[in-house]
Design a protein around this ligand. Structure first.
Ligand code: F6P
Length: 529
């Protein structure tokens, strides 16, 4: 099937767009949000083959299996049931004979109680003005990204995010806060991640400098409540999620506690409902309107067929500035795998390199490369047409104009003839035109997709995240890999612990390669013990 796909024609995108019906044909919409993938070289024939490929890979059964709680995360022996955390239709979800929705709702109710009490200033006599989320990876990127995205909805305490083991991160954060007005949330599925545990200990010491019972000022979101309690957090402030929620899929439950505190329970529910509506689209919509499936097919087309190994996420919405980083973990930790589910080397390149930046900032940073560089980088644009600053409507219009114009410019390009004509109009001498014209040529025919919607509301944000989660899953299924494990992070973690022991003088430095020894020796002479 891959070879059939590679043999299909790839006409210039501009010629495909000569068909006036293409924009509507190569688009889908969910609740008024439009996904346009017509500015790609995907033909009808290629689309049909991609769909066939997806169906023949068992996507339908695996998709249902995921929602039903089957053990699709086979290398970790568990289900991938993050969709249950946003199952707002109140249907039961059975796992090993137990309806897991009871526990999910119970925990959500506990979170709401905690968050609303805090928001109403009821916390042991002290007013809580600040919340610090301590976590890393999926326990950090989701809360941070969503908190920034939904800033117009913040009406609770301020939220801060600490992730890096670099003391600069927590040092800078806490130096601006007062312990007695602060709550720390330790978000860690395992409650064993070295960075998070170290930062949590530092926060506990800081808290103790002003608060008599510092443990009372902590909450936890984890799958290991016992570890959180042993750390000193009171059981009623420990919020649990199960091992069938992967770290990078965990924003929908207790890991979203800081977000709930910031925007309130009602808005948090809207966030879950938005995600659930995209779940419904993925599960039930016909392929023509199935947004995650179409986005996955576009991704597979660009990487595995056209050979474009990276994709740029460009949100024209400043508050989505952290979305590229969030999708980077989602995509690269999920689909950056070298072997298929049966342990065999993958036949095609897996995953994609995901990067990006908010527009228009991206235009003044790496768009030179995107427009004229020798690599083709499919851009995934997204734009919220309505802003939250009515007094700055001209900014909003300019923002939207830039987004639409970039996709047009990438597709259209500017050939040598047009460049020369423009230079003649500018009155440049002919020899200068010959010398400079090649530098001003835009090859064009560069693909992009655009997701355009009204406003970045909690519901929309939920939809967008869910859209990309399912897209990553669908691509993973077609590639035959397990999108839900992350063994590739383990070796580095192990060696870091060994190196920490070497640097703290406990362990011998011998037995390592000469480069590693050299670096360790250099560091040892300078590290303060
Ligand atoms: O190291 C990778 C990882 O396991 C991610 O998958 C996860 O999101 C992150 O670390 C944090 O893990 P935890 O929530 O267990 O602290």
């Amino acid at each position: 099937m891959w070879s059939d796909l590679k043999q299909t024609s790839r006409p210039p995108i501009s010629s495909l767009l000569d068909d006036a019906g293409r924009a509507a044909d190569f688009s889908a919409s969910v609740d008024g949000m439009l996904f346009d993938y017509s500015k790609t070289s995907m033909t009808h024939e290629a689309r049909a083959l991609l769909f066939e490929l997806a169906m023949s890979s068992g996507l339908e059964a695996l998709r249902q299996g995921m929602f039903n709680g089957e053990g699709i995360n086979a290398t970790e022996g568990r289900a991938a049931l993050h969709t249950a955390l946003r199952n707002t239709t109140r249907e039961s979800v059975m796992l090993d004979g137990i309806n897991i929705m009871t526990g999910v709702r119970n925990e959500l109710d506990r979170m709401i109680l905690f968050a609303e009490n805090l928001r109403q200033g009821r916390f042991q006599g002290d007013k809580i003005t600040d919340v610090v989320n301590i976590g890393i990876g999926g326990s950090h990127l989701g809360p941070e990204m969503c908190s920034l995205a939904l800033a117009p909805y913040h009406n609770g305490p301020r939220c801060h995010f600490v992730s890096n083991v670099d003391g600069a991160d927590i040092g800078d954060c806490l130096s601006r806060l007062r312990p007695r007005n602060t709550i720390a949330i330790v978000a860690s599925k395992t409650f064993a991640t070295a960075e998070t545990v170290m930062n949590a200990k530092a926060a506990m010491e800081w808290m103790a400098s002003e608060v008599q019972c510092p443990g009372e000022r902590f909450a936890a979101a984890t799958s290991f409540p016992d570890r959180a309690i042993e750390f000193g957090i009171e059981p009623d402030k420990v919020f649990r999620f199960e091992d069938w929620v992967g770290g990078r899929y965990s924003i929908w439950g207790p890991v979203g506690l800081s977000l709930m505190i910031a925007i309130g329970a009602d808005r948090f529910r809207e966030f879950l409902e938005g995600a659930a509506s995209m779940d419904d689209n993925f599960l039930n919509a016909h392929w023509r309107e199935n947004m995650p499936l179409l986005l996955a097919m576009t991704g597979l087309w660009h990487h595995q067929v056209c050979g474009y190994t990276s994709r740029a996420i460009i949100p024209y919405c400043h508050r989505l500035a952290r979305l590229p980083a969030y999708f980077q973990q989602l995509e690269m930790e999920s689909n950056g795998k070298g072997v298929t589910l049966d342990g065999q080397p993958a036949q095609v390149e897996t995953g994609s390199i995901v990067w990006g930046e908010a527009g228009t900032n991206a235009q003044h940073s790496f768009f030179q490369f995107v427009h004229q560089g020798s690599w083709v980088v499919p851009c995934e644009f997204m734009v919220a047409v309505e802003g939250y600053e009515p007094q700055l409507a001209n900014h909003q219009r300019m923002l939207v104009a830039n987004c639409i114009a970039q996709s047009e410019a990438l597709m259209r390009g500017r050939g040598l003839g047009e460049v020369k004509s423009k230079m003649i109009e500018e009155g440049l001498p002919l020899d200068e035109i010959d010398r400079l014209a090649p530098h001003r040529v835009f090859p064009g025919n560069r693909p992009s997709t655009t997701l355009i919607f009204d406003r970045l509301t909690p519901g929309r944000l939920g939809q967008i995240i869910s859209l990309y989660e399912h897209r990553v899953f669908a691509e993973g299924v077609v590639l035959g890999i397990n999108s839900f494990d992350q063994w590739g992070v383990e070796l580095g973690k192990e060696l870091a612990m060994e190196m920490d022991a070497i640097l703290s003088d406990d362990s011998p430095i011998e037995g390592r390669d000469c480069s590693t020894r050299q670096l360790a020796k250099f560091a040892k002479t300078r590290l303060v013990s």
